[in-house]
Structure formats: structure tokens, C-alpha cells
Design a protein around this ligand. Structure first.
Ligand code: AGP
Length: 347
């Protein structure tokens, strides 16, 4: 069955293409306005946009060498003190630009005179108007309550901000830009051949004890997969980093449970070692989503062929989004009208 959610997932390759056209010049300049000096960043957001923050923050640290923290908007509002220096940049990520928690967080920090930026899909939204710097994630209108293409666009824009900050330091970013230019085609190859993803959805939909595991940047992707399955299938899906899972959480597993393991190039050895331990002790069904060739640890192995982390992040995310959407259909739930949820969460 087709749904708006599925249609929007399938739009992701063209969303990326559009962002490249909007923001990356032929001469490899990134057309974004940023503060002259940024020493540290705090990203604040909710829901899927928070997962964008959690994916992006380690990238800012690893590639741009800039300290970056991230927080749930709702927790940020409750916090008594905030870390601010002269060159702090606070980034607010929001599809709608109107979510109350994020908007209130923005208003709160603005009082301290700190530089603010938003990454939003809504030009002229409340956040757009309040921020000193604005980035339009330009995914086109997102109708599905379960956010998909807007999140992909937000992550892409966060990476562009990161690359611009690296370029400002005088470093060559052409290699990264080449990878980003090929991203659209890469995502299209996944949407063109999603037989394995459908099989994985079919298997997962038979379980109601579902854990999604991933390391580093892939842990928030696991969380996003879990969020999508909660919103569209009403299943209690949990996400964990592989290593942390072994500290007690693993006890929820048995033969009637399923583990979806995201296995990335950098952390493959660690992930597979833990996964084999899990299989031996608890014998759950296993699905892998992996950018590593020839992984055979799963009952179904979804191979998202790429050696590049900047592509694998998006490929694993899209695979989980599509899985959630397919599962909802199989479970006879309409992913376009999730029970009790609204597109914009306001006070
Ligand atoms: C995502 O699928 C959700 N519908 C929800 O978590 C959403 O991401 C969150 O409410 C934040 O919305 P925003 O991006 O518009 O601020």
C-alpha cells in the first residue's frame, strides 16, 4: 500500500540533489552565512530533530575539531545554567520551526545574548524570525507526521555547516563535497532495490520485543528507527549502543525477540563480537543493516554498499525509515495518521 510517508522517503534523493544545487557552488564554495568565529556549539532540538543533533554533534567534534554538545529542548528549558563563551553558537533544529519546546529554548538562550542559528524547513517560522543565522533545510512540505525527508535534509545541512567551518580553517573539503555530491545517487540505489528491506520488515513485524543497536553516529540512527516504529506501528522498540546493551539491557532478549544491528565499517569488529555473544546467549532473530561487505551475522543482512561514513549514515537511516513504513502497512496501521500525534507539538 502506498502512503505519504513512503512517498516522502522516496523523495530523499531529490531533496539532497536540490540542497547541493542550493548550497554548493561549482567552485566548491558552500553558500551559507555563518558567524566569523565559532569556538563551541550547542544543538537543541526535539524528536527526530534531536536525533539529527545527536548524529551531527560527534561529526563537528571529529571532523571540524569544534566542541559540540546537544540537548533535548524540553530538558534545556529546565536547565539552570548554560555553557556560553564569546564565540558560542547555539543551533536550533526544527522541521516546523514552531515546536514549543524548541522555540522556548531559543527564547531563553537569546536573553543571554548568544549567537543563534536555526536549521528549519519553514522559512518565516517563529524560529526563523528569531535566529541570527538561518538555514533552510528545503525538503519541500513534509506532510507525514512521522518525519523522514525533513530529517535527512537537516542532517545534510548540519554537515554543510560543519564543512563550511572546516573550510574557514583553510582545510581542503573537496573530497567531502565529492562524497556529498554522490549521495543522491547512492540513496536512489537503495530506494530502487529494497527487496531485502521489505523482507526485514516482514520478519520484524512478527515480533513485539524489538531492539535496535548501533555505535557512535549510528546509535541516534537506531533511536530514530525506534521512534519511527513507535510512531507508525505502536511497538515498544528500544535503541542502544552495542556495548551499553550488554550492561543489563540484554536481559530483555529471548527466542521471541528480534535485534536489528547497524554494523558500520569503523566499529564492525566490536559490533559483530557483541552480536555473536548475544546470539549465543539469547538466540534472538537478527537483522543487520551494514555497510560492510559479506556480513553474515543476521537472518537477513541488508547490505548498504559504501565505504564512506557520510553516505552510510543516510543509507542506514533511509533503510530503517522504509522498514518502519513497510511494517506499519503489514500490521494494518496507517502510517499517515498515527494515533494521537500531531505534526507540530505545541504547548
Ligand atoms: C518525528 O517523526 C516526530 N513527529 C516528532 O518527534 C518531531 O520530530 C518533533 O516533534 C520535533 O518537531 P520539529 O522538528 O518540527 O521541531
Amino acid at each position: 500500500m502506498s502512503s505519504i510517508m513512503k512517498k516522502e522517503i522516496f523523495e530523499e534523493p531529490s531533496v539532497i540533489q536540490n540542497l547541493i544545487k542550493n548550497y554548493v557552488e561549482q567552485n566548491r564554495e558552500i553558500k551559507l552565512k555563518l558567524p566569523d568565529k565559532v569556538d563551541n556549539i550547542v544543538i537543541v532540538a526535539s524528536g527526530s530533530s534531536y536525533n539529527c543533533a545527536a548524529i551531527a554533534a560527534p561529526l563537528f567534534i571529529e571532523y571540524a575539531g569544534i566542541p559540540c554538545a546537544y540537548e533535548y529542548s524540553s530538558e534545556f528549558i529546565l536547565q539552570k545554567k548554560h555553557f556560553i563563551t564569546e564565540n558560542s553558537l547555539y543551533i536550533f533544529v526544527s522541521q516546523s520551526g514552531e515546536t514549543s519546546d524548541t522555540l522556548n529554548a531559543l527564547k531563553k538562550i537569546k536573553e543571554k545574548g548568544v549567537k543563534t542559528m536555526c536549521i528549519t524547513n519553514a522559512k518565516d517560522s517563529a524560529m526563523w524570525k528569531l535566529c541570527d543565522y538561518q538555514i533552510l533545510s528545503d525538503a519541500g512540505e513534509e506532510k507525514s507526521i512521522a518525519s523522514t525527508k525533513a530529517l535527512t535534509a537537516q542532517i545534510f545541512c548540519s554537515i554543510l555547516v560543519m564543512l563550511k567551518l572546516i573550510a574557514k580553517k583553510g582545510e581542503d573539503i573537496s573530497g567531502y563535497l565529492n562524497t556529498m555530491r554522490r549521495l543522491s545517487e547512492y540513496l536512489e540505489s537503495i530506494t530502487n532495490d529494497f527487496e531485502k528491506i521489505s523482507q526485514a520488515a516482514n520478519l520484524t513485524a512478527q515480533y513485539n520485543n524489538i531492539s535496535i543497536l548501533g555505535n557512535k553516529n549510528y546509535y541516534p540512527i537506531a533511536k530514530e528507527g525506534a521512534l519511527k516504529m513507535k510512531e507508525t506501528c505502536y511497538l515498544n522498540v528500544m535503541a542502544y549502543p552495542f556495548g551499553e546493551f550488554m550492561h543489563g539491557h540484554v536481559a530483555v532478549l529471548n527466542q521471541k525477540s528480534i535485534v536489528i544491528a547497524i554494523i558500520d565499517e569503523e566499529n564492525a569488529e566490536f559490533a559483530i563480537k557483541n552480536l555473536e555473544k548475544i546470539k549465543k546467549q539469547y538466540n534472538p532473530k537478527v537483522i543487520t543493516i551494514t555497510s560492510v561487505e559479506n556480513v553474515k551475522s543476521g537472518d537477513i543482512n541488508i547490505y548498504i554498499k559504501t565505504k564512506r561514513k557520510m553516505k552510510a549514515i543516510f543509507g542506514s537511516l533511509l533503510s530503517l525509515q522504509l522498514m518502519a513504513c513497510e511494517m506499519a502497512n503489514l500490521l494494518d496501521k496507517n502510517p499517515d495518521s498515527p494515533r494521537g500525534l500531531t505534526k507540530v507539538v505545541k504547548d
